[in-house]
Design a protein around this ligand. Structure first.
Ligand SMILES: C[S@@+](CC[C@H](N)C(=O)[O-])C[C@H]1O[C@@H](n2cnc3c(N)ncnc32)[C@H](O)[C@@H]1O
Length: 235
């Protein structure tokens, strides 16, 4: 008898609503990791296409906004294939260090290739869950987090960032406001977007950040589809 191939993702994945998506995939951390493992090799192309070729531009704006100094230690939380790692690495210089952190082994594999090709020596990669960061208190002078908030429960992840960031650390969270799950099924997400409009993940993050940052700057880009929240952690 032919062995049945185990399906990692149930059919209902494609019927998920924006509201249920994050809960379904996030709390089973390994499921989210596998989800990105399966899509890693197409990730850069898809992001580039969906942003109409503009994602590099927003990445540069976001990295420029992060108030770090040469020599600082930065965490790139949910670094994915490492698209921001070379920019961050150059910003802190050879005396500084960038830690790329992600759940997906395959995404990190591509990040590793990127680092190798760039020849930059101050980048380190760690696999793990943003909800349980394996770092001590006050470990980082800056945390950069691009396109992760819409994938995870924002509150608990931001609280973890507060735990591992030093008082005075520069924090930056950027994301899109597309319906959650667009990456799994762009057409479904587009339908969702036209039916319901933006989902404001930025708002969730901003409420929590406002209480603990000495200044919070919120900017919108790409017709409001992309937001950047940044400021300095009071401790
Ligand atoms: C949309 S991608 C963003 C990647 C990258 N920051 C970028 O700007 O292209 C989201 C990333 O978050 C990672 N991720 C999702 N949930 C995570 C979690 N709980 N802990 C750590 N990484 C997670 C995924 O593996 C994926 O690489």
């Amino acid at each position: 008898m032919k062995a049945m191939k185990r399906k990692v993702f149930p059919d209902r994945e494609h019927k998920m609503t924006a509201g249920t998506w994050r809960e379904e995939l996030t709390f089973a951390g390994s499921t989210m990791g596998l989800f990105y493992d399966r899509r890693a090799k197409n990730y850069d192309t898809l992001v580039h296409l969906l942003s109409l070729g503009m994602d590099g531009h927003y990445r540069r704006i976001a990295v420029q906004r992060l108030q770090v100094r040469p020599g600082d230690r930065v965490l790139d939380l949910g670094c994915g294939t490492g698209l921001d790692l070379p920019l961050l690495s150059r910003k802190v210089g050879p005396q500084g260090a960038v830690t790329g952190f992600d759940l997906s082994k395959e995404m990190l594999g591509l990040a590793r290739q990127r680092i190798h090709q760039s020849g930059l020596g101050n980048i380190f990669l760690i696999q793990g869950n943003a909800l349980e960061l394996p770092f001590a208190r006050n470990s980082f002078q800056a945390v950069f987090c691009n396109y992760l908030l819409s994938t995870v429960p924002a509150g608990p992840v931001i609280e973890e960032v507060f735990r591992i960031a030093r008082p005075g650390a520069a924090l930056l969270f950027a994301d899109d406001r597309l319906p959650s799950g667009w990456f799994a099924s762009p057409l479904r997400a587009m339908g969702e977007f036209f039916r319901r409009g933006y989902y404001n993940y930025g708002l969730e993050g901003a409420e929590i950040l406002r209480k603990r940052l000495s200044s919070l700057t919120v900017t919108n880009h790409h017709g409001g589809l992309i937001f950047i929240l940044s400021g300095i952690f009071r401790g």
